[in-house]
Design a protein around this ligand. Sequence first.
Ligand code: FAD
Length: 265
Amino acid sequence: MRIVVCLKQIIDPELPATQFRIDAESKRQQSDNHPLVISPYDENALELALKLKEQTGGHVTLLSVGQPSAVSALRKGLAMGADEAALITDPAIEGSDAFGVATALARGIEKLGHADLVLCGCESGDWADRIVGPILAETLHIPCVTFIARLEKHNGGFLAHRVVEDGYELWEVVPPVLLTILSDETNTPRYPKVKDIMAASRKSIPTWSGADLDLDASRIGKAAVRAEVQELTVPTQESRCQLLEGEPEEQVAMLVARLRERKVI
Ligand SMILES: Cc1cc2nc3c(=O)[nH]c(=O)nc-3n(C[C@H](O)[C@H](O)[C@H](O)COP(=O)(O)OP(=O)(O)OC[C@H]3O[C@@H](n4cnc5c(N)ncnc54)[C@H](O)[C@@H]3O)c2cc1C
């Protein structure tokens, strides 16, 4: 079973909001040397892949489209237990929208040869478009099931637990298939051991350019975007403090009245 996990490197989404600054010209978050991490749901996808490999055997490959810095995300994935990794990086791909990213990933997967399972996070931790997975499946001409929390071997294929508002849907899926993964108690990412971090630091990670993948320049990069970000702002939050005067009973009565006014209770 050949499994490809698509990993995106992003600015740590756990940074305090006070450190979130927007570059007015590019309309992107300023990197400001903030720490870079694997997009959280992608770690869940990798954990699911590793558990599957432990249960049924297989080979896990990581693929990322991004800056050269994304090698560190791939090394962490290798330390967690993936077998190999490749990075697609090229200035011509920068500024791509989801179609451009999915096009590059699809060519990367084709270059790898074959994938029975392609796993993506259900959404990235920065833009959260939720569409790279489905577009990638469409580009690869394979089916896609989104928001999968668990996967079990079943009848030569898999039973996929898809999270919906009031429970799970159970889908029988037969490879090749693309699944987008969300977090679940069964796919909490493992911590790599020191010896595995050392081993991962010595592994070679091929980097592929657009030319290596024969990427059509009209489908990637800024010139190919179909959706343009018009404005990006940090929401302003106003908080006011009002002191209620009087005896405790009066203060409580006033507080209850205010909460009722605002329909809090
Ligand atoms: C400088 C810059 C300019 C941009 N300009 C535009 C623009 O003009 N228009 C526009 O629409 N968007 C633009 N973007 C947004 C960017 O291209 C989005 O990242 C893209 O639309 C994909 O959406 P998403 O990251 O929200 O992924 P989602 O669809 O939320 O991602 C789902 C999953 O797909 C996989 N995945 C996503 N991206 C990657 C990746 N790079 N490598 C490996 N796997 C991946 C992961 O498994 C991820 O969990 C720009 C971004 C930058 C940094």
